[in-house]
Design a protein around this ligand. Structure first.
Ligand code: RIB
Ligand code: CA
Length: 314
């Protein structure tokens, strides 16, 4: 039985790779894709998402616009990583269809409440939509199977020394999600950066003649050429792969909170790896961290790379 999933994206290059994997996987039932500010503005994320799904032959998947800014700060974008249009400068054939007119949070509430089976949420972007959903509509919790989000880091960040981009873009939203108490996987930078394809693999995909595979190869090659590399990461697509094949991921269960202050640390995911006894010691130097979540610690990277190639090439 395929897993019912909804992706939340800020389509950028690696979100596009994640969309291509989710759109072509027989192990997933892609119910919808919600959009949020992040790598580029929401106004760019929405057409990017429509066009990527069109390239994969999946115009049946609703695309739903959501938050165009974080809960507290103005948005910052990552065009240096994803190119000015968010898709590595690739010009995709424009989709003929429009996004849904409903706001992503209302849409998520309705789709989750009416779902016949609990839904797996796969946020691959700043968590503004998901935080609003959990805060404003707690009734959806009973029909959410789990949340597998790309974000955070046990160690160093990428947006700053301490913070990963999706969490740094909206720390308040991320803190709401990591302490929700729902079954949650944090697919952070420690695994995010390991799953990569070589130039040869990307060239094979680009020359395949298959819509999804060809676009995947072109996106990967655009980043290799932009940064003069002979390999490029699958990024967000690895988080989707972890929903398809969780056995390739090593995880540990820890309390996690997000630092909301701190000149140097705002947006840091603070992962409490201390033994439970220590963490619960009286007179703590910090308040209790509450919910524990699954934190990805390692990945069989080649297994996810193979999964990606085989799936988008179907
Ligand atoms: O830090 C990496 C994350 O930020 C990825 O999801 C990338 O697409 C950007 O959203
Ligand atoms: Ca993303």
């Amino acid at each position: 039985m395929p897993t019912d999933v909804i992706l939340d994206v800020d389509t950028g290059v690696d979100d596009a790779l994640a969309l291509l994997l989710a759109a072509t996987s027989e192990e997933l039932n892609l119910l919808a894709v919600t959009c949020v500010h992040g790598n580029v503005t929401l106004d760019q994320v929405v057409p990017n998402t429509l066009n990527v799904l069109a390239a994969a032959g999946r115009d049946d998947v609703p695309v739903v616009p959501g938050a165009d800014r974080p809960l507290k700060e103005p948005p910052r974008h990552a065009r240096g990583v994803h190119g000015s249009n968010g898709l590595g400068g690739l010009e995709l054939a424009p989709s003929a269809r429009a996004p849904e007119s409903e706001h992503a949070v209302a849409y998520l509430r309705r789709r989750i409440l009416e779902a016949e089976r609990p839904v797996t949420l796969v946020p691959l972007a700043p968590l503004t939509n998901i935080a609003a959903l959990l805060t404003d509509h707690p009734e959806v919790r009973a029909n959410i199977e789990r949340i597998a989000f790309m974000g955070g880091a046990i160690g160093s960040g990428n947006a700053s020394a301490a913070a990963e981009f999706n969490v740094r873009q909206d720390p308040e939203a991320a803190d709401i999600v990591v302490q929700s108490g729902l079954p949650t996987l944090m697919y952070g930078l420690e695994v995010f950066g390991q799953v990569r394809l070589t130039r040869a693999e990307a060239e094979t995909l680009a020359g395949s003649g298959n819509g999804a595979a060809t676009l995947a190869g072109r996106l990967l090659l655009s980043r290799m050429d932009a940064f003069n590399r002979d390999a490029s990461g699958l990024g967000d697509a690895g988080c989707v792969a972890s929903v398809i094949d969780p056995g390739a991921l090593e995880t540990a269960t820890h309390p996690v909170r997000v630092e909301l202050d701190g000149t140097w640390t705002r947006g840091e995911t603070v992962v409490d790896q201390r033994p439970a006894a220590t963490a619960s010691r009286e007179e703590p130097w910090q308040p209790p961290m509450n919910a524990s979540i699954e934190v990805a610690t390692d990945v069989e990277a080649a297994r996810y790379a193979r999964l990606f190639i085989d799936t988008v090439s179907r």
